[in-house]
Write a protein that binds this ligand. Structure first.
Ligand SMILES: [Mn+2]
Length: 197
């Protein structure tokens, strides 16, 4: 899968409270961006627990995954998460999010689809979990980012188109790195770009 991921801890911190995950399960790809509440050691610990849970899970139904993660993270700082499962068999993206990780699909004809997340913090307060289905076209680009990245970069991407993730030749790791350098705030910061296929 064509991916671009850039992440770094808050300034002055040696460890990152943000994390990401990419896993493949027979024809499906699971993508996740996670932000441990706060920063530093305890945020990192919560994020790593969430990743370990995702790694050991083999039959991903997103609501079940989030519920399981919530149980697993009791007693930690907690995390916010965006989970997307790309099913190339029917060109559908399933998505479930808790908290303020932002997720969008940028379509090849330059529309932006906002993926819906519910309020809450996994490990602390989880009320409603809801999974939504989004049809996509191969070549569309999935974007996920934590609140350490200013969402203004989306406007820049669409307006400047330089380098647009819509261009199939574009180097997604370089775009992700550029977004991190230009648009991150004083927090742990993560951006994940994935070409859907
Ligand atoms: Mn954050």
């Amino acid at each position: 899968m064509d991916l671009g991921i850039a992440t770094r801890p808050k300034r002055g911190q040696s460890i990152n409270g943000d994390a990401y995950f990419v896993g493949e399960y027979d024809g499906k790809v699971l993508l996740a961006v996670i932000d441990g509440v706060g920063h530093g050691e305890e945020a990192n610990c919560a994020a790593r627990r969430a990743i370990a849970f995702l790694e050991n899970y083999r039959q991903p139904g997103l609501e079940t995954l989030i519920q399981g993660c919530h149980r697993e993270l009791q007693g930690t700082r907690g995390v916010v998460i965006s989970l997307a499962l790309m099913n190339k068999g029917n060109s559908t993206l399933s998505h479930a999010g808790i908290g303020n990780i932002e997720s969008r699909i940028i379509t090849e004809d330059n529309r932006m689809v906002h993926l819906i997340s519910m309020n809450g913090v996994i490990g602390h307060n989880l009320r409603k979990v809801k999974e939504f289905q989004y049809p996509y076209h191969p070549g569309d680009t999935m974007v996920m980012f934590s609140d350490g990245i200013s969402s203004r970069f989306m406007t820049d991407l669409v307006r400047e188109g330089i380098p647009s993730p819509l261009n199939p030749l574009v180097d997604l790791p370089a775009v992700a790195q550029r977004i991190l350098e230009k648009h991150s705030k004083d927090d742990d910061a993560t951006v994940l770009l994935a070409r859907l296929w």
